[in-house]
Unconditional design. Structure first.
Length: 586
């Protein structure tokens, strides 16, 4: 038993603990004090009225919240409430995980928050982004009555302009080509626009600014290739797909006349959009039952890699060269190259992935995430990480070497596979995905280029999943639009939140290709938007004569993997339980 004395509870000795026996008058005095204390309410601290902004979103008005110890018992409970209040913000797809002051200092305790101040909300692994927010002062001293205040707090989207509400309807996932104004030859790059990075015209300009990084600062003016100014969000989603971007500098008519290198760069970027969007990659065609062209996978060109193989490995540090003999380049990507290497002690061949840190500025968390996942997984159908060697400029990952190359090359040579081989590869892939999904890891980029195979003559005997650059632990629905268009699931495009089953959709697309040589969803005109519409429709067929010899069980499995509704779609474990997988063909 204890009593409230001077604001604190003082223990009263029990008869068993001591010989103390209070007199009746003492007991009465203590009880009276207790009653008096309880008759007056405990003094509550004044609520701190604080405006919370979104990291990097200079147009976000934020949300004003009242913070009291009674309402928020812990710092995490405040973050949870902020996640709900800012659920629609494009810069917080994974919710609020950190708070910063306006000068970038991290806040970790409720006591550190000050009344009337501005704070910035950030997601997992994000650093503080110093931008000029449209709201530079809290402006919360003259707040509306509590009823109106709660209404605003619970629905931050209501503070957005009517322009945003009307313009957002025209936005659809789309890749555009951007020409950065500056010294010729000007830089040409691609950019994916979607509802999360351009819900308004100002957001679109901000997104382009982050990508092109003009010497003159923010992007202020955008023009289409025909010289017309882009003045609304709708202008980014018309027929044009090439845009010229400027700061405050003047426009010249000569800007739209391209040098040979610039034109070549634009054609290369456009080809990349067409290649991944419609036909996978440009190549020969066959005809379906309606006489339409159906794309097949071509043979990969090795010209670029042959040139790179001649490069000298002088930059590789001695601590790596002392353990491994480093050979020719066998693969490359945006951030890394992969070379063969030979362990001098174990007399074993490996693959050495060399990640250039300078190319990953601002995306270091992706590398850390990839390595952390590779360290944590071990499965016969997942590529193994053998060792790591870190330097200030590069990260060297010694990986298991699969000598058969990737599945894309195998498809290019075989065009299509007998059911027995397709069944084995599907079994291997489903086994790997089931293992990853049990760990709540989603790969997010399942495609033939990221699947390595061991060959036995013309037959595949083993498949392994590689390239975990986009892989992530799933603790809540994800919203980032990523992956390769041909294999992307409909829930990624609709941006309603997605999870583990996007990998199963991609596996269904791959199985379809393995059995007939072309994808289930394709644009007849090589148009990215048509491809997305085709995927969203969920309509595909098994055209004759290409599917005449394929079993009904195989078609049934594909039909369950390509369910548009994720809740009706097979899980990786369901795929393993399907009779087409359970009963191997011989």
């Amino acid at each position: 038993m204890s009593l409230l004395v001077g604001g604190e509870r003082a223990p009263i000795p029990s008869p068993k603990e001591s010989n103390y026996s209070p007199r009746p008058v003492e007991v009465h005095r203590h009880v009276s004090d207790f009653v008096i204390q309880q008759s007056f309410p405990l003094k509550t601290k004044k609520a701190k009225r604080i405006r919370f902004l979104c990291n990097g979103d200079r147009f976000c008005k934020g949300v004003v919240m009242a913070v009291t110890p009674e309402r928020y018992r812990s710092f995490d409970s405040l973050l949870t409430d902020l996640t709900r209040a800012l659920a629609d913000n494009v810069n917080l797809p994974s919710g609020v995980r950190m708070l910063f002051t306006m000068d970038g200092r991290k806040i970790s305790h409720l006591e550190d928050l000050e009344d009337g101040k501005l704070y910035v909300c950030s997601g997992t692994g994000e650093s503080f982004k110093k931008v000029e927010y449209s709201i530079s002062s809290p402006n919360i001293t003259k707040v509306r009555p509590a009823r109106s205040f709660s209404k605003i707090s619970s629905n931050p989207a209501s503070t957005s302009s009517s322009v945003r509400n009307t313009s957002i309807n025209v936005v659809r996932p789309r890749i555009i080509v951007v020409v950065r104004n500056g010294v010729r030859p000007r830089k040409v790059m691609r950019l994916l626009l979607n509802k999360r990075n351009c819900p308004s015209f100002d957001h679109a300009l901000s997104t382009i600014t982050d990508v092109v990084k003009l010497d003159t600062g923010a992007v202020r003016k955008v023009f289409s290739w025909n010289g017309l100014p882009v003045v609304s969000l709708e202008d980014f989603f018309g027929e044009e797909d090439v845009y010229f971007v400027y700061g405050n500098e003047r426009l010249s008519q000569d800007d739209f006349e391209l040098e040979f290198e610039e034109l070549k760069a634009i054609q290369a970027q456009r080809k990349g959009i067409r290649r991944t969007g419609g036909e996978l990659k440009s190549g020969t065609h066959c005809l379906d039952e309606l006489g339409r062209g159906v794309p097949k996978l071509p043979t990969k060109t090795k010209a670029i890699k042959i040139l790179k193989q001649q490069e000298y490995c002088s930059s590789i540090p001695n601590k790596v060269l002392s353990k491994y003999s480093v050979g020719l380049i066998i693969g490359d990507g945006n951030f890394a190259v992969v070379r063969k290497c030979f362990d001098k002690v174990k007399s074993t061949e490996y693959a050495l992935k060399i990640i250039d840190k300078s190319k990953c500025a601002g995306k270091e968390h992706m590398i850390e995430n990839e390595v952390a996942i590779l360290r944590s997984v071990r499965h016969p159908n997942i590529i193994s990480l053998i060792a790591e060697h870190d330097t200030p400029t590069e990260l060297y990952l010694v990986m298991e070497l699969v000598k058969g190359g990737d599945l894309f090359d195998a498809i290019s040579k075989a065009i299509k596979f007998p059911e027995r081989d397709a069944q084995l590869m599907s079994l291997n892939l489903a086994s790997a995905l089931s293992y990853l999904h049990d760990l709540n890891i989603v790969h997010r980029d399942i495609k033939p280029e990221n699947l390595l195979v061991e060959m036995d003559g013309d037959n595949v005997k083993l498949l392994k999943v590689a390239d975990f650059g986009l892989a992530q632990k799933v603790v809540e629905p994800l919203f980032i639009v990523c992956g390769t268009p041909t294999y992307v699931a409909p829930e990624i495009l609709t941006e309603v939140g997605y999870g583990l089953k996007i990998d199963v959709w991609a596996m269904g697309v791959i199985l379809y290709i393995l059995l007939c040589g072309f994808p289930p969803f394709v644009s007849a005109n090589n148009d990215q938007e048509e491809l997305f519409d085709d995927i969203l429709s969920g309509q595909y067929s098994f055209p004759s004569p290409f599917w005449d010899d394929v079993s009904d069980l195989a078609k049934d499995l594909i039909s369950h993997m390509l369910q548009s509704n994720p809740e009706l779609r097979f899980s990786a474990l369901d795929v393993l339980d399907h009779p087409w997988i359970e009963n191997p063909l011989h």
